[in-house]
Design a protein around this ligand. Structure first.
Ligand SMILES: NC(=O)c1ccc[n+]([C@@H]2O[C@H](COP(=O)([O-])OP(=O)(O)OC[C@H]3O[C@@H](n4cnc5c(N)ncnc54)[C@H](O)[C@@H]3O)[C@@H](O)[C@H]2O)c1
Ligand SMILES: O=C(O)C1=N[C@H](C(=O)O)CCC1
Length: 243
């Protein structure tokens, strides 16, 4: 297998994890400016780059019939639709796009989806290291989207909020109607709280990645399974029997 974005925080951690795995062989490392060419003959590529570069990198892999495990964020519905068209011509290729490979984060999203229909209020707070270039995080966007979908399916209306004056955006951004707040703080890695509120009670679901090794079991599980999942899959939960 090969890694694109191999010099980055995640890419370099993936390279180490693959080198330590007895059943996987790292045949190529690519980063910005490198010619991807035949991807060093890899059968699976792991892609952790930047949101604006990821779609072209993934397209390159798909065009060569190489399976891809994508951790880069920024996959909008429009970008995913284009990717589905590209893969559609070659259903023998598997592509997994996952906003978070930490098993606890996948469970947090699944639990939030389950809880959503029971609560009038829901908000997401994501907290990350200050070198992160995108906000809100992919995990927060996906969580809010899952909550929004579950609320709509349950016939719940908008979250209650009497705010009429917020010139500086103190109420955060909105993803599918759910307020999302982004914190950037030196010392953090990747953290998220999902808050649900109802009369007289609050449920908090929290996940913390203290180290990028937390993502590795999920990445390696995806590398081993991606060939068995042709087409485009969004979210590691589909590989774990959670969806
Ligand atoms: N899915 C997950 O579990 C998960 C976990 C952590 C981070 N992420 C996401 O992964 C991405 C990378 O995060 P990071 O912390 O490793 O960032 P980083 O900035 O440390 O690494 C990104 C790497 O991509 C390289 N790069 C830039 N343009 C490129 C191109 N055109 N082709 C190939 N490589 C290119 C950069 O040189 C850099 O080495 C972000 O989108 C982040 O949100 C996802
Ligand atoms: O460090 C990052 O950047 C992370 N990005 C992902 C996101 O945006 O959700 C996953 C957590 C770490």
């Amino acid at each position: 297998m090969a890694v694109i974005g191999a010099a980055g925080r995640m890419g370099s951690t993936v390279c180490r994890a693959v080198e330590e795995a007895d059943d996987l062989e790292l045949v190529g490392r690519f980063d910005e400016g490198d010619q991807l060419g035949d991807l060093a003959g890899a059968d699976v590529v792991v892609e952790f780059s930047v949101p604006d570069a990821s779609p072209a990198n993934v397209e390159h892999c798909v065009a060569r019939g190489v399976h891809v495990v994508v951790g880069t964020t920024g996959w909008t519905p429009e970008r995913l639709a284009t990717l589905r068209e590209q893969v559609g011509d070659d259903p023998g290729v598997g592509v997994l796009v996952a906003p978070n490979f930490a098993l606890g984060a996948v469970l947090m999203m699944a639990f939030a989806q389950q809880a959503a229909r029971f609560y009038e209020s829901a908000e997401v707070i994501e907290l990350h290291h200050p070198d992160k270039v995108d906000a809100p995080s992919g995990t927060a966007a996906r969580t809010a989207s899952l909550i929004g979908e579950a609320r709509a399916a349950a016939g719940l209306g908008p979250v209650p909020d009497a705010t009429t004056h917020d010139p500086d955006g103190a109420r955060g951004s909105r993803v599918d109607g759910i307020p999302v707040h982004s914190v950037r703080l030196r010392g953090l890695v990747a953290h998220q709280e999902v808050l649900f509120g109802g009369p007289g009670e609050m449920l908090t679901i929290r996940h913390d990645s203290f180290d990028r090794v937390s993502f590795m079991p999920g990445v390696l599980a995806a590398v081993r399974a991606v060939a068995d999942h042709p087409g485009v899959t969004v979210g590691l939960e589909h590989y774990l029997g959670l969806a």
